[in-house]
Design a binder for this molecule. Sequence first.
Ligand SMILES: [Zn+2]
Length: 352
Amino acid sequence: MSRQYTLRLTDECATTAFRTARPNNGDNVNPTGEAYVEVKKHFDGERFFNPDAPQSRGFLDAMRWKLSSRAERSPAFVSDVAPSVPPRAVEGSRVRVTLVNHSTVLLQQQGSNLLTDPVWSDRVSPVSWAGPRRRRSPGIRWEDLPAIHLVLLSHNHYDHLDLPSLRKLAARGEAGFVVPRRVSGLLESQGIGPVHELDWGDSISLLGLTIHCVPALHFSSRGLFDRNKTLWCGYAIEAGAGVLYFAGDTAYGDHFAAIRKRFGPPRLALLPIGAYEPRWMMSSVHMGPDEAARAHQALDAETSVAIHHGTFQLADEAIDTPAKALREILRRRRIAQSSFRALNNGEFVQFD
Ligand SMILES: [Zn+2]
């Protein structure tokens, strides 16, 4: 059952001041009755944009980047992944966080298993014979994956929305899929569901969790003519075990402080650290390790786990550069290495 509710918005945001969430299997809720993270206007009627922040660079800049690129080379393949066999369920106040690869994380707590941006494919591109290819194995073998109850998708880029993985998850018949605005059509066209579509500031209760769709600074596209026609987001999950925050794919911005203010310090933050070089091209859409460390501090996160590194080379730095740079930056900023972990695929952290 769904119901209409009000978001607190800035003045100019008349277009999205009221909206009814799509019909779905969960109750859309506004637990506090009013306040969310402040949601600014981010849709012009046709395309989404980053409010009060730079937009992603366009096609000509991408050409300029490729022509002037001095990319660091990654190894063709690194065979250092010891796949993890996660438990079927984690109970009590424990939270177990396993990095599968890239932005794919298995979050287990209080009997529920969530996956973020699941990618098991060998390439993250529109075609199977070209585009960024896998340089490390997934940290959980498909056959060792426990029942997945919920999949959170941050946006439609190929390295985050991997249709072959989503079709396989849907075929198991156990998972619901939470997506940002205007992404549900793509999933439903593939028979993937049930899908719950949220805008920034929307929330939904599922499996005893409250999932809040929160702003991120990024862009979207899967083809040449659909740029920014679908939304991008992060998720703050209010669980019995505390607030778990998945930042999605994002540049650095003041949304981290806003999320800290609204939800309190997260028990866990999943923060992207890779695909940041060259900065002139990437800084409007991706954080580097230094900005991720600042985000960790702005959130006051108890523990952060780095995502978006180590498996696919998407920018000019090699796949292992972000994790090395993060360790150095944590040293310089006097942040405990144990509070911001760059895991290899298959490694996990557990909080009691
Ligand atoms: Zn992206």
